[in-house]
Write a protein that binds this ligand. Structure first.
Ligand code: ADP
Length: 624
């Protein structure tokens, strides 16, 4: 049956890189192969729950052979059929392959932490080619015929029938000359200790022993402690142990965690958990198809799955960790297990605990919390929309920049409310693309004059979240862009202006009829002649652009042009209009007025060249 097959183009590219470009941090190849072996053991052990006959003495064996210059990693796990082999490590490029290549392009191939990232992309097996000039894999799944896969990593691989007496997988690495270090027992022990200590199966290495009578015997030495770190007392766990376990969970040892959280739940549902808040967003946070979601689930120390989505709400998907339950049933399928109501109970407890810990962090370590919020805040905010039961708690965790904060500094809603002057009844916010765009908006003038602060909502997700924000501390949220607030004094002022300059409003409405729905006077502008506001429930221009960027149809909504009756420009406009109601220049000036209002709020101009022409013409007139 021997045959040669080509690797998919992307896999070829990836292998070229492994072979020719990655020289730093090569130790991780062993971590990846051991992790694969442990996964295979997890699967086989899980199967043996319903097929006790298949249970065996689960383990991973690492055998260096100094003469042959080979390193063999064997497991007696689930193994693969010929089809599995082709699918998993042969022809088909997984989504992670492309994502990995893209990341390399962005970071540059020589970046030292690239090997660290391999595991995150589901391409760990190929890391063997960092140290091996050729790789042979022999595997057997159940009673299916065993197969041998071999390759030098250059373009193609071979597939052949093989003999293998027991199920599982042996991977033989023919080490490159510069990788012979990996034949040394001490080196292998060191790597296993560093990366794989808590793997729940013994990782053993055969060692020759010579006894007093010079007889040679081979004994297996176990290299890892297999300690379930989540069952231990926090005071007895060292920093290094936490770090290495976090790296294992996050599939990434290049980053640190912010906080480790232990949980012990007793009563209605008994479980122990160890959760980590990360410091930085991993590369794949925004790549949903290769991102692991959920927590690892163990039942009575037995590994069940490493992606139990039911254990964590989506808006906490950056948390990683382990839950070990003592009262879920062991002998059912994963699918049935996932419908168990006990999982909801655990999720509620875990969610509550994480929210409490975040609150503590906010109160006791503001600096780190703010950094954390910059990384994950926009994900947490989703919870206000998605998790009604916890929305109030989540509102206490969100931070915003505001008109009165220096750039980069953020405040909580509580801090905003505490600083509100007596006369202020509502919470004001403005939405837009970025701080610079909203900070100079004329819509803020009124609030500045009043001494009210305005929250800057400049995250793309903010408008969506605001739809479910409603209230905080019994105060309503009001959008400054929409002008939906009341002020008696202002009303009178604008009424007066409306009467005085009715002709101006009328004229502008006519000149701009395809752009604005209404022209009216408002007392809230102090420095600018006019601004554009959104009518009632209509989408803000920022939101409209977002929807369009996502290829969604949105009708172009006309907005309201609000004029400042105190501005000298309006008075001048009014006199010109009174002198000659057919003055052709005035119609053009109306257009300029509208365009500069767009510019001021950070919206793009429909025809920037036309605007520039008008300004030049105006200047020429003035300078003549
Ligand atoms: P990942 O493990 O992240 O999926 P890998 O490239 O490391 O990516 O492995 C690809 C696939 O090959 C695995 O998902 C698994 O199905 C299979 N595989 C790798 N090593 C083994 C093994 N020792 N036993 C059984 N299957 C394996």
């Amino acid at each position: 049956m021997a045959e040669t097959r080509e690797f998919k183009t992307e896999v070829q590219q990836l292998l070229q890189l492994m072979i020719h470009s990655l020289y730093s941090n090569r130790d991780i190849f062993l971590r990846e192969l051991v992790a694969n072996a442990a996964d295979a053991l997890d699967k086989a052990r899980f199967e043996s729950l319903t097929d006790p006959g298949s249970a065996r003495d689960w383990k991973i064996v690492i055998t260096p052979d100094k003469e042959a210059k080979t390193l063999t990693i064997s497991d007696n796990g689930i193994g693969m059929t010929a089809d599995d082999v082709v699918e998993n490590i042969g022809t088909i490029a997984k989504s992670g392959t492309r994502a990995f290549l893209k990341m390399l392009e962005e970071k540059g191939e020589n970046s030292a932490d690239i090997p660290e990232l391999i595991g995150q992309f589901g391409v760990g097996f190929y890391s063997a080619f960092m140290v091996a000039s050729s790789v042979e894999l022999t595997t057997r799944r159940g009673d299916a015929p065993a197969v041998r896969w071999s390759s030098t990593g250059e373009g193609s691989y071979e597939l052949d029938a093989a003999e293998k007496s027991t199920p599982g997988t042996d991977i033989v690495l023919h080490l490159k000359e510069d990788a012979e270090l990996y034949l040394e027992n001490w080196k292998i022990s060191e790597i296993v200790h560093r990366y794989s200590d808590f793997i729940a199966y013994p990782i053993v290495m055969p060692e020759k022993k010579i006894d007093d009578e010079k007889n040679e015997t081979v004994e297996e030495r176990t290299l890892n402690s297999q300690k379930a770190i989540w069952l231990r007392k926090p005071s007895e766990i060292t920093d290094d142990e936490y770090k290495s376990f976090y790296a294992h969970l996050a599939n990434f040892s290049g980053t640190e965690y912010l906080k480790a959280i232990h949980m012990t739940a007793e009563g209605a549902s008994e479980f122990k958990a160890l959760l980590f808040l990360p410091k930085q967003a991993p590369f794949n946070l925004l790549m949903p198809d290769i991102q692991k979601k959920g927590l690892q689930l163990y039942i009575k120390r037995m590994f069940i799955t490493d992606e139990c989505k039911e254990l964590l709400p989506d808006y906490l998907r950056f948390v990683c960790g382990v839950v070990d339950s003592s009262d879920l049933p062991l002998n059912v399928s994963r699918e049935i297990l996932q419908q168990n109501p006990m999982l909801d109970k655990i999720r509620n407890a875990v969610t509550g605990k994480i929210l409490t810990e975040l609150k503590k962090l906010l109160e006791n370590d503001r600096e780190n919390y703010e950094k954390f919020f910059v990384e994950f805040g926009r994900i947490i905010k989703e919870g206000i929309h998605m998790d009604r039961a916890n929305a109030e708690k989540i509102k206490d965790l969100v931070l915003y920049e505001s008109m009165n904060t220096p750039e980069g500094k953020r405040i909580t809603l509580k801090e905003y409310v505490d600083a509100m002057p007596e006369s202020q009844k509502d919470i004001y916010f403005i939405t837009g693309e970025k701080r610079e765009a909203v900070a100079s908006s004329p819509a803020l003038e009124y609030f500045r004059a009043k001494g009210y602060d305005v929250l800057f909502m400049v995250d793309p997700i903010d408008e969506w979240v605001m739809q479910s924000m409603y209230q905080y501390a019994q105060k309503f949220f009001k959008s400054v862009n929409k002008g939906d607030f009341e002020d008696k004094e202002l009303e009178e002022k604008s009424k007066a202006a409306q009467e005085k300059y009715a002709a101006v409003a009328e004229f502008l409405k006519k000149s701009l009829e395809d752009k604005v729905s209404e022209v009216r006077f408002s007392g809230r502008l102090t420095g600018s002649p006019c601004c554009l506001i959104v009518d009632g429930q209509a989408l803000s221009p920022h939101m409209e652009r977002l929807f369009r960027a996502m290829n969604q149809e949105v009708p172009v909504s006309k907005r309201i042009l609000e004029l400042n009756g105190d501005h000298p420009l309006i008075a001048a406009f009014s006199s010109r209009l009174a002198a000659n109601a057919d003055d052709a220049a005035l119609k053009r000036y109306a257009g300029i007025l509208y365009d500069q209002a767009l510019l001021l709020e950070g919206s793009p101009l429909p025809d920037p060249a036309a605007f520039a022409r008008e300004v030049v013409e105006l200047l020429s007139g003035v300078l003549k």
